[in-house]
Write a protein that binds this ligand. Sequence first.
Ligand code: DGL
Length: 258
Amino acid sequence: MASSAPIGVFDSGLGGLSVVRQIREDLPNEHVLYFGDSAHAPYGVKTPDEVRELSFGIVDNFVRQGAKAIVIACNTATSAAVNELRDTYDVPIIGMEPALKVAVDRGQGQRQNIIVAATELTLRERKFEQLMQRFEADHTIHRLPCPDLVEIVEHGQLDDTALVDATLRRYLHDYDLDTIDAIVLGCTHFVFYRDAFQRIVPEHTAIIDGNAGTAHHLRVVLESLGALAPEDQQGGVSVTNSDTSAQMANLAHKLLAR
Ligand code: DGL
């Protein structure tokens, strides 16, 4: 595969654009083909079979477009489909999972009290169960599904500070935030709420996401295959969406520039 070939990145909708921003920053020579499946969002309340079928359709398209690597910029699609996709396609496939290990490591051996905010599907799938098994004996880990945070992004309501703050406060209502060491943003849509979370939680509570780790992983994989884009290549992003409305295109470009 030519190193000048594009990288396919997809999500159930607009959340994966937060990952694209990171890739653009860290790997500026790469060309990214982004596909948001907003017409079928949210994935988080679907069955694993449904998400798998949608993911296969998207990856198939990327492969036909000659992608040299694929990033599943969606924790939900990763938990439902990454193994089957890797078994089916030769192209390297980078998935995402809630960055729980980063939150644990931050405690340097001390017991941590951690909230993992993600979709219902991510939190009940086997992949997350395995992650829990690694850490739950030594740490307190709370699973927090936040479906409305996906809807607010998809409906272009992120700038409605009153709605955003009220929604976050509702989700966090049952926790004594003073005791929480970290909140893991285990859904790429939630990364757009970093500042809003920070407004609400105490200063000592870390807000952690997996985007930098994913971009780094992508670099390592491409490097190991000798497939990093040439340094004189002008990188860029082409954004497409299964919701072909002009509003969706505007929203996607606003989020990318945010
Ligand atoms: N952005 C997706 C994730 O990282 C899921 C959002 C959804 O469609 O429910 O899990």
